[in-house]
Design a protein around this ligand. Structure first.
Ligand code: FES
Length: 151
């Protein structure tokens, strides 16, 4: 099938199985490799992207469900303006990543949170980020960076 997609503000076309997870379309067909494979079952958050501005697990979203929707990956988070998105800037300033594998998903969840709550409380940060696992344990820096990005 031929499916129109809007990814990072650009019209794209998916030729193939409508049930294919968005994660593999992004990585293997569009070369947007910030989006990572962790668990494949929606449990770790490494593959988090935005669908119409909301955080979604790309491993669990069939590409066929995205007709007329806007997909954003970390590569496109700042596409609407010059420079880095405030979340990307804060992550850089506070040296959040350790191994880095989960951090694109972390930033995408943080950006979706800040869209809903521009000045989140610690409890709101923890609630929004609890589905994004980090085996290096960077959670304290993640929380600090979300607050930095909110300033
Ligand atoms: Fe999608 Fe883990 S790879 S949530």
């Amino acid at each position: 099938m031929s499916l129109p997609l809007v990814v990072n503000g650009t019209q794209r076309r998916h030729l193939g199985d409508a049930n294919e997870p968005l994660l593999w379309v992004l990585r293997d067909k569009l070369g947007l490799v910030s989006t990572k494979y962790g668990c494949g079952i929606g449990a770790c958050g490494a593959c988090t992207v935005h669908v119409d501005g909301e955080a979604q697990r790309a491993c669990s979203v069939p590409v066929g469900s995205l007709r007329g929707k806007r997909v954003t990956t970390l590569e496109g988070l700042a596409w609407a303006g010059p420079g880095l998105h405030p979340v990307q800037q804060a992550w850089t300033e506070l040296n959040v990543p350790q191994c880095g594998y989960c951090q694109a998903g972390q930033m995408m969840s943080a950006a979706a949170l800040l869209r809903r709550h521009p000045r989140p409380s610690d409890a709101q940060v923890d609630e929004a980020m609890r589905g994004n696992l980090c085996r290096c344990g960077t959670y304290a820096r993640i929380r600090a960076a979300v607050h930095r990005a909110a300033q």
